[in-house]
Write a protein that binds this ligand. Structure first.
Ligand code: ZN
Length: 246
């Protein structure tokens, strides 16, 4: 990816952003961004951004929260997009037992389909999971998914070793600054498995998240581990290339 070479110091990475919700997304050009989708419409938007901005890697998928409303046809349409050129990742997909328990069975079916497609097309997965971390991991391993990112991980700390040992990743959100559990994740995760993300423009405790805030994620990681920020920045950039397979 040429844009890294043009940036002598900045190696900023936002591994999970809903960029199509921002006005003038080209202003974040100094950050390498994975744009995750929530449904068919936003999958197309992510692909469009990938075509126009060279710092963007588009991801297509259906957010587990959307599975209460999205039709089977729409799921199939998104699956069809995966075979299309330009798709770099599958997500935001996953399982959420905390906020969307009612659709959990359907979530399992759809997630399994996405995991099979990730294997078939050798694509990484960008995951949302809440109160279903082990289940998510089981499906990924069963389907031989080679690259996966647990975004804004707040799950059991004893699963982190397994996540790292199979080569998967977790991304650290700037809100680790005020979320103790997430700071623990930043401290304990193998440095080879850490990425940064914003999840922008999601609003958490009154803070509207934006891609440049990945700088704060770097600070959270560096402080939690007692590492130099510059070193963390380099490691994250290296991990990002590994995650995308570039
Ligand atoms: Zn998200």
């Amino acid at each position: 990816m040429v844009y890294y070479e043009n940036l002598t110091r900045k190696l900023l990475v936002d591994a999970h952003s809903h960029l199509y919700e921002f006005k003038n997304p080209e202003r974040f050009r100094n950050i390498a961004i994975i744009v995750v989708a929530e449904d068919y419409h936003t999958s197309l938007e992510a692909l469009r951004l990938g075509e126009s901005l060279d710092n963007v890697s588009p991801s297509v998928g259906i957010h587990p929260w959307k599975l209460l409303e999205v039709s089977d046809d729409e799921v199939k349409e998104v699956c069809r997009l995966i075979g299309r050129g330009g798709v770099k990742c599958i997500g935001e997909v996953g399982l959420d037992k905390r906020h969307a328990k009612a659709s959990f069975e359907r979530q399992m079916e759809v997630f399994d389909t996405f995991a099979r497609l990730a294997f078939e097309y050798s694509l990484p997965m960008n995951l949302h999971c809440l109160d279903a971390w082990q289940k998510t991991l089981d499906i990924l391993l069963k389907r031989d998914v080679s690259r996966a990112l647990f975004h804004w991980y707040t799950g059991p700390l004893d699963l982190l070793e397994k996540i790292s040992s199979v080569g998967y990743f977790v991304s650290i959100n700037p809100m680790g600054a005020i979320q103790k559990r997430h700071r623990e994740v930043a401290r304990l995760t193998d440095i080879r498995s850490i990425l940064t993300e914003s999840d922008g423009p999601y609003v958490y405790r009154g803070v509207r998240l934006e891609p440049p805030m990945v700088e704060n994620s770097l600070t959270v990681i560096a402080e939690a581990r007692g590492m130099y920020r510059e070193v963390v920045e380099e490691r994250v950039a290296e991990n990002f290339r590994k995650f995308l397979g570039t």
